[in-house]
Design a protein around this ligand. Structure first.
Ligand SMILES: Cc1ncc(COP(=O)(O)O)c(C=O)c1O
Length: 397
């Protein structure tokens, strides 16, 4: 019963809302519809993924370990150590890595584990950047938490300002989400920013969830990570959970594979929780996924393809609609006036779907939704499709 009540209060998911908004409209153009609304990678994963899965076909009969295979956990801890210049031995594959059937389920389930019925005698709070990846709000609402949105606007460098949260709120905070590079704005949290957020989590004893799913899609410099910030602080990984995914890095969204790392005590609890019901990743897929984490040239090639898309976007949209080249991720966050009106016009006049920014934000206490006035545009299609679509978009807007 409680689940249904919470679900009713949560309301529709942004993509259902978008489809409902556009359903009465028939696109006027003779153009092929282009979905710039969904952040689904369109590049192919490297061929060795399918080859590795096939070569491990003798493992389909096995129940996969809920933690991930030793091979998988070793591959991800070695990748993390290389990527974030961690001290050798800082991560133990058996204690610091849990496989996930995509980070989406991990982010959701970690929130269910982290949010108690009461926090220091009152209703627990979950802090989330506003706007946000839809799962943060869904997970917090379904866990029964009070949601405290932290505006991530141009004025705050498109990242939430943790120092603006009153101590009384921090005292009853169970969990805070941070996304870097951020979906939708592409902002990257720097080392000092991450250190500050981690120190706050430790001072007020909440879990800092750092979603680094877009960490490998960057423009000029590789984003620093929360594990690096932990290392700089020098006290292990207490209070921090970091999520990584193969969906964007290796164009393997359909593989459903990622992992969570960080605080070993939290990971041990999470493992127990997951052992009762979380989805497992089949063993042949784990073998393919481990091969992906061990290999970097396909990631570099992928990054180059995204840079080319941002070059196209900059050429067509530079100087208009608040265009900026994000530090990471693959979204444009464009200022368009009325978000829904712009989405409707784009669909009607150019057969383009883009996501109204207000659908991935919530109003703050003053009633202002920081997603209002924005459109999220996913740069995932090939250069020719994207060029045509953005030229039409520029004309219509
Ligand atoms: C910010 C963010 N986090 C997590 C995910 C989930 O990715 P996956 O479940 O494919 O690992 C997405 C997917 O779009 C995302 O945008």
């Amino acid at each position: 019963m409680l689940i249904n009540e919470r679900l009713d209060r949560l309301g529709e998911n942004p993509f259902t809302r978008l489809n409902a908004l556009l359903a009465p409209i028939t696109p006027r153009a003779n153009e092929r519809p282009v979905l710039l609304s969904v952040g689904e990678p369109q590049h192919a994963p490297p061929a060795f993924l399918a080859e590795t899965i096939t070569a491990n076909g003798d493992l389909w009969n096995r129940y996969p370990p809920v933690t991930g295979t030793d091979e998988y956990r070793l591959a991800v801890t070695q990748w993390l150590t290389r990527r974030y210049r961690l001290k050798p031995g800082a991560l133990d594959p058996a204690r610091h890595a849990l496989i996930l059937c995509g980070t989406k389920e991990g982010l959701y389930l970690a929130t269910q584990l982290a949010v108690p019925q009461v926090e220091t005698g009152r209703k627990p709070v979950v802090l989330l950047p506003n706007p946000f990846y839809l799962v943060y709000r869904g997970a917090a609402a379904m866990a029964g938490a009070e949601i405290q949105p932290m505006p991530a606007t141009r004025a705050t460098g498109f990242l939430p300002d943790f120092d603006a949260i009153p101590p009384a709120t921090l005292e009853r905070t169970s969990l805070a989400f941070l996304c870097s590079p951020a979906n939708p704005q592409g902002a990257v949290a720097g080392l000092d920013y991450l250190k500050r957020a981690i120190l706050l989590a430790r001072e007020y004893d909440f879990i800092l969830v750092v979603d680094e799913c877009y960490s490998e899609i960057w423009d000029k410099a590789p984003p620093v990570g929360a594990l690096e910030a932990c290392q700089a602080l020098g006290d292990g990984f207490a209070n921090v959970l970091v999520f990584h995914s193969l969906s964007k890095r290796s164009n393997a969204a359909g593989l459903r594979c990622g992992f969570v790392t960080g605080d070993e005590k939290l990971l041990a609890r999470f493992q127990t929780f997951r052992s009762f019901g979380a989805a497992q990743v089949p063993m042949p897929l784990q073998a393919g996924a481990a091969a992906l984490w061990r290999e970097e040239t396909h990631v570099e090639a992928n990054r180059a393809l995204y840079r080319s898309k941002f070059d196209i976007a900059e050429r067509i949209l530079g100087g208009r609609h608040g265009f900026y080249r994000p530090q990471g991720g693959f979204f444009l966050w464009l200022e368009v006036g009325d978000s829904e009106a712009a989405a409707r016009r784009l669909w009607q006049e150019a057969a383009i779907k883009a996501l109204p920014g207000n659908y991935i934000g919530v109003p703050d206490e003053s009633g202002h939704n920081p997603g209002d006035g924005f459109l999220r545009v996913a740069l995932v299609h090939d250069d020719a499709t994207l060029t045509g679509a953005l030229e039409r978009l520029a004309q219509v807007l």
